[in-house]
Design a protein around this ligand. Structure first.
Ligand SMILES: *[C@@H]1O[C@H](CO)[C@@H](O)[C@H](O)[C@H]1NC(C)=O
Ligand SMILES: *[C@@H]1O[C@H](CO)[C@@H](O)[C@H](O)[C@H]1NC(C)=O
Ligand SMILES: *[C@@H]1O[C@H](CO)[C@@H](O)[C@H](O)[C@H]1NC(C)=O
Ligand SMILES: *[C@@H]1O[C@H](CO)[C@@H](O)[C@H](O)[C@H]1NC(C)=O
Ligand SMILES: *[C@@H]1O[C@H](CO)[C@@H](O)[C@H](O)[C@H]1NC(C)=O
Length: 405
């Protein structure tokens, strides 16, 4: 039985390689006689988003991410909501760009090759009230694009008028028009409604508003000189233990992968609208290249196949819904009050109770909300070649307007 499953997975992997090869061959064929298919040589990445791509923003702004976050790759907390690197880190690395410093981090940052405006708990819509009350970051997408506008103006002023060390930590003016602008936001807009006890109809009713605000953000970056956009859609929320635990009524019924049908349907509605929105932006901004990336499918593939991958993959994955760094055991090992890194008073001393599992590289879910580094790497491997993108361009070639018409 096990070997049969292994065989199937091997076949899947082979098929994947054949598809990849065909895709590359067809890309090569298309590129004959024009520029399509040439690497773009992006000199920088400017990223906007939430905790899925925050490399230290919320940590710099409010409270630092505690241990054991960061343990796998950085050996200490690194402002990231994972045990190690995020998908955005693997993207930067593959483009020869240093890991992005958070714009809000004033200590030790280097913005030569870009900046990260993403901040955990951020939403597309402006936040109402304090983060400790609403759970939503004040650094929503509109604030992130304002920060970006200031960043351009001030970095150029300092680069030109002060110079010195600043020329080693700020981008050249010409980088802004040649950079890749990446977006990964929307998950908190969905959970915000659900966690305020809204129904799926109520949540879906405000998706058009999210799309208008998202459009405005991309257009603002465009007006400021950005041309190459790479937009991640939202994850299968119903496969994330925190969402499942916090709204048990929405969590049932489940599909074969153990994910909530209703949550995932809402995420897919968001994604259908996002894909249309990206298509409209592409039409409205003809000299821009706007790529829609189906991260949902990469993540769903991982969750639904994780167990099958176990025997065939080098370091296979265990139960994808079982939280590595959590507390309380049970089906998910997720406790809404004692999260990863959480501490409790035991006999008068504070002790770490939200502990990491032994080997995070075998888990998909790091803390019930975010993926492990190993899972993020899997997602990166799925999206880097362009198979899950519209148009189907690889990351390194996402600067060619109109490809895949
Ligand atoms: C904040 O409040 C305004 C006015 O009540 C509302 O329209 C908006 O949707 C709220 N934003 C969020 C993120 O809930
Ligand atoms: C940036 O500079 C431009 C041109 O000088 C100016 O119009 C704009 O108001 C400035 N924006 C900010 C946020 O300072
Ligand atoms: C900042 O990063 C750039 C490019 O990665 C590098 O050339 C430069 O030396 C770094 N600056 C400092 C001060 O380390
Ligand atoms: C949502 O409903 C649950 C159960 O009825 C209740 O305990 C909780 O306080 C409600 N939450 C909000 C934000 O209204
Ligand atoms: C707390 O103190 C009691 C009494 O001294 C002891 O029996 C118990 O094992 C202690 N618990 C822990 C977790 O150290």
């Amino acid at each position: 039985m096990a070997s049969h499953r292994c065989f199937c997975t091997t076949k899947l992997v082979l098929l994947h390689f054949v598809l990849l090869l065909l895709l590359q061959l067809s890309a090569a064929a298309r590129s004959d006689g024009d520029n399509d298919g040439a690497p773009c040589g992006f000199p920088a990445i400017f990223n906007f988003g939430d905790s899925n791509s925050d490399t230290g923003g919320l940590s710099a702004l409010l409270e630092a991410v505690p241990p054991p976050f960061g343990r796998t790759y950085f050996g200490m907390p690194a402002g990231r909501f994972s045990d190690g690197r995020l998908t955005i880190d693997f993207m930067a690395q593959s483009l020869g760009i240093r890991y992005l410093s958070a714009y809000l981090d004033s200590v030790g940052s280097n913005f030569t090759q870009g900046a990260n405006f993403a901040t955990a708990a951020a939403s597309i819509r402006p936040a109402n009230g304090s983060i400790s009350v609403s759970g939503i970051s004040p650094i929503s997408l509109d604030v992130q694009t304002s920060e970006f506008e200031q960043f351009i103006n001030r970095s150029q002023f300092v680069y030109n008028n002060i110079g010195g060390i600043y020329r080693e930590i700020l981008p050249k003016a010409e980088y802004f028009s040649r950079a890749l602008y990446t977006f990964d936001i929307g998950q908190n807009d969905l959970t915000m409604g659900y966690f305020a006890n809204m129904s799926t109809e109520q949540v879906e009713a405000y998706i058009p508003d999210l799309m208008e605000r998202f459009t405005a953000a991309v257009q603002r970056v465009y007006r400021l000189g950005g041309r190459y956009f790479w937009v991640h859609n939202t994850a299968p929320l119903g496969c994330l233990p925190y969402a499942v635990v916090l709204r048990p009524d929405i969590a049932a019924p489940k599909d074969e992968a153990g994910c909530s049908v209703a949550y995932n349907a809402a995420a897919r509605s968001f994604n259908v609208r996002l894909r249309e929105t990206v298509a409209r932006l592409r039409a409205a901004l003809p000299d821009a290249a706007v790529t829609y990336v189906d991260v949902y499918s990469a993540k769903y593939r991982l969750v639904s196949q994780a167990k099958k991958l176990v025997r065939c993959w080098l370091a296979g994955f265990g139960d994808p819904l079982l939280v590595c760094c959590g507390y309380g055991g049970g089906e998910y090992n997720f406790d809404r009050d004692i999260r990863c890194g959480g501490r409790a008073e035991v006999n008068g001393t504070s002790v770490l109770v939200g502990k990491s599992c032994e080997d995070p590289s075998r888990s998909v879910s790091w803390d019930g909300v975010h993926f492990t580094e190993a899972a993020n790497k899997f997602v990166f491997d799925q999206i880097v070649g362009g198979e899950l993108s519209d148009p189907p361009v690889p990351l390194s070639q996402a600067c060619h307007p109109g490809t895949g018409r």
